[in-house]
Ligand binder design. Structure first.
Ligand code: NAD
Length: 294
């Protein structure tokens, strides 16, 4: 069993850290919000007074923070964790952040002899709780087995996408595609509905045809078609519009870094940003159907 420092115990990090405890690891936690630490203490974690204290003698540091600036702040600089970790420890940043920051942290870790992988996840809060997340890892091949060994206690599909930053690139590609096929699914269902088709019947037809996709099959955006989907529960998230807008912004950066004109991705970002600006940021992202209907 490993000793793990877990930094960032929000909607995702909390249940992920709980799964590590359940698997028998020693987990030392830190979050800026004391209540988040307290919940993990109840589950058996040791609570540290700072990230530095949490990471003072561990095999792994795992972070699950909001954005690149938080990750850079945690790891880089004189006060950053990297300067204080023992050689041979492994850092796994599971946050969804810009690939450039992941590469910067990866390079700084490598220079200090510390293993690093960016390991953003696919799957939301429910998958975090169930331990069924997918991890997309970027970093040196020799670090991957160490990453796999611990990530397997929080997820079921663990991929090595390439060098540092590659996990973030894979995540940006995936979520851009998710936004696009959700928009396409909404548009097809609305067009059918405006021409007199029952969205439930049309969904069944397209699921058995070449329009089949994840949004249609598992996350149907039309209220009433799928009882368990956010659409049938007033678009309670699920995966919030705010987070999709963040991810589409990251996808734009990845497109620019690759000198690629991602026209559909840009259009998706524009539509989701407008939907967010209209006050829908906290709704599930499948609520974009309501914008297309208007
Ligand atoms: P969250 O806001 O619920 O949690 C973030 C936590 O980090 C908070 O508890 C905050 O107090 C803590 N934090 C921030 N800065 C810190 C610091 N310097 N030291 C210690 N703690 C600090 O966010 P979340 O929903 O858990 O998402 C975390 C990451 O996972 C994000 O990058 C998000 O894009 C990604 N993600 C989220 C989902 C989802 O469905 N929520 C799905 C996939 C990926």
């Amino acid at each position: 069993m490993a000793t793990v420092a877990f930094i960032g115990l929000g909607n995702m990090g909390g249940p992920m850290a709980s799964n590590l405890l359940r698997a028998g690891h020693k987990v030392i936690v830190f979050d800026l919000v004391a209540a988040a630490c307290e919940a993990l203490a109840q589950a058996g974690a040791e609570v540290a007074e700072s990230a530095l204290q949490a990471a003072s003698a561990v095999d792994y540091v795992i972070s699950m923070l909001p954005a690149g600036k938080h990750v850079a702040g945690l790891y880089l600089g004189e006060q950053g964790l990297l300067q204080h970790l023992s050689k041979g420890s492994t850092v796994l940043d599971c946050s969804t952040i810009d690939a450039a920051t992941a590469r910067e942290v990866g390079a700084a870790a490598a220079a200090l002899g510390i293993g690093f992988m960016d390991a953003p996840v696919s799957g939301g809060v429910a998958a975090a709780a169930a331990g069924t997340l997918a991890f997309m890892c970027g970093g040196e091949a020799e670090v991957f087995p160490k990453a796999q060994a611990i990530l397997a206690d929080m997820g079921k599909n663990i991929f090595h996408a390439g060098s540092a930053g590659a996990g973030q690139v894979a995540k940006a590609c995936n979520n851009m595609l998710l936004a696009i096929h959700m928009l396409g699914t909404c548009e097809a269902l609305e067009m059918g509905s405006r021409n007199g088709l029952d969205p439930k019947v049309l969904s069944e037809i397209m699921q058995a045809s070449s329009g089949r996709n994840w949004s249609l099959e598992l996350y149907n955006p039309y209220p009433g078609v799928m009882e368990t989907a956010p659409a049938s529960n007033n678009y309670k998230p699920g995966f919030m519009v705010d987070l999709m807008v963040k991810d589409l912004g990251l996808a734009q950066e990845v497109a620019e870094q690759g000198k690629f004109n991602n026209r559909l991705g840009k259009l998706a970002e524009e539509l989701f940003r407008e939907h967010q600006a209209a006050g829908n940021g906290q709704l599930d992202f499948s609520s974009i159907l309501q914008k297309l209907k208007a």
